[in-house]
Design a protein around this ligand. Structure first.
Ligand code: PLP
Length: 381
């Protein structure tokens, strides 16, 4: 199917590469020097990476020397959690996280459990959020690290990370706080450094950069050991020749998104429009989460199988998700942790938006979903 005719409502899974990012990528590919080389051509590549780091750091609200390029959000999460736990191992082997984290966090915590760590998973309420009080009650003298996401990738719930950082630091400033902000970068009004977390991971492909680039913020003074050792790039903290073209594209996407000052309002407004049209057109539809973040919401069609609905919509060129793109058909651990009835779990759909999603596209989605629900209902009954 022609990509240009797709009706795409799966921006939380990934985003199209922005024009500015693609242009920067091509330009950087032409300047193929290695930033570690001493001659002018190499120094030019290093100068470009420096400028790109400054651009991403500005959007983060941090200093460029607190920002380290990675290959993806998953790498940032692994680096922060594995090495953060190691850094604080003298405190103990207790980690606190939430039951609604992305697999990049949960599977990393599970791996540490196999290595003798104890992991407490906070359960969300029906809202899909956890509270600072819940977190404070889970802290222990042997807690080494807390890992909490900013925006849930399936419900769009925004977790009270800044409050939680305050609760943790009031309990003991030595406990490290990591935040997976992969779905929050440039999607919430406050720059991420203001959360107060020690470590924050983000990913390029959620904001119009190509896949294969991300960043980890490491607050000044936090002596996080490297995950990758080698040639000493990124101040010795993330070895591996800098992915100059991906980094250039990431920075170009960040500059372009940050300059679009009405993006959050436009995204929220098209989400609200879509939800109200869906409720009118499909009386059986239930809203699981309106999403606090502007770009994600979750709905369900009880009695339907979301996998089937997603496939039928896909055949009509309409892209939505039955949950996180990483689930591969398994029921969502996020919706399960929210204690939703089974029929709601089975019929759950995630819709995610960009500031440039249009009402016309939303109308196509609504009529395609109404048709799909109608035809599947007839088949089932
Ligand atoms: N964390 C969250 C909340 C995500 O939504 C994702 C990707 O969907 C990741 C981490 C992983 O990011 P990446 O695909 O860049 O590895």
């Amino acid at each position: 199917m022609d990509q240009n005719s797709l009706i795409y409502f799966d921006y939380a899974a990934t985003t199209p590469v922005r024009r500015e990012a693609a242009a920067a990528l091509l330009d950087a590919l032409a300047h193929f020097g290695n930033p570690s080389s001493r001659y002018g051509f190499g120094r030019e590549a290093a100068r470009r990476v420096k400028e790109d780091r400054e651009a991403v750091a500005t959007a983060f609200g941090c200093s460029p020397d607190e920002l380290f390029f990675t290959s993806c959000g998953t790498e940032g999460d692994n680096w922060a959690i594995r090495r953060g736990a190691e850094l604080n191992r003298r405190r103990g082997k207790h980690i606190v996280t939430t039951a609604i984290e992305h697999a990049a966090v949960l599977e990393t915590c599970r791996d540490l459990e196999r290595q003798g760590y104890e992991v407490t998973c906070l359960k969300p309420g029906r809202s899909g959020r956890v509270t600072a009080e819940q977190l404070a009650a889970a802290l222990r003298p042997d807690t080494a690290l807390v890992s909490m996401m900013l925006v849930n990738n399936e419900t769009g719930a925004v977790l009270p990370v800044a409050d939680c950082v305050r609760a943790v630091k009031a309990f003991d400033p030595a406990i490290l706080f990591h935040c997976d902000a992969v779905q929050g970068f440039l999607k919430t009004p406050e720059p991420l450094a203001r959360l107060g977390a020690d470590l924050v991971a983000v990913s390029g492909h959620k904001i119009g950069a190509p896949k294969g680039v991300g960043a980890l913020y490491i607050k000044k003074g936090v002596r996080l050991p490297p995950l990758l050792t080698g040639g000493g790039q990124e101040e010795g903290l993330r070895s591996g020749t800098e992915a100059t073209a991906q980094i250039a594209a990431f920075a170009a996407a960040v500059r372009a998104v940050a300059a679009d000052e009405t993006r959050l309002e436009r995204t929220a407004s098209i989400k609200d429009y879509t939800l109200s049209r869906l409720k009118q057109a499909l009386p059986r539809l239930e809203v699981i989460s309106q999403g606090d973040a502007p770009h994600i919401c979750a709905v369900t069609l009880p009695g339907y199988k979301s996998e089937v609905v997603v496939r039928v919509l896909g055949d009509r060129g309409v892209c939505v998700s039955s949950g996180s793109a990483c689930h591969k058909g398994r029921p969502s651990h996020v919706f399960a942790a929210m204690n939703l009835p089974k029929s709601w779990l089975d019929g759950a759909l995630r819709l995610s938006f960009s500031p440039d999603s249009t009402k016309e596209e939303a109308d196509v989605l609504v009529s395609a979903l109404r048709d799909a629900a109608g035809s599947l209902f007839t088949t089932l009954s």
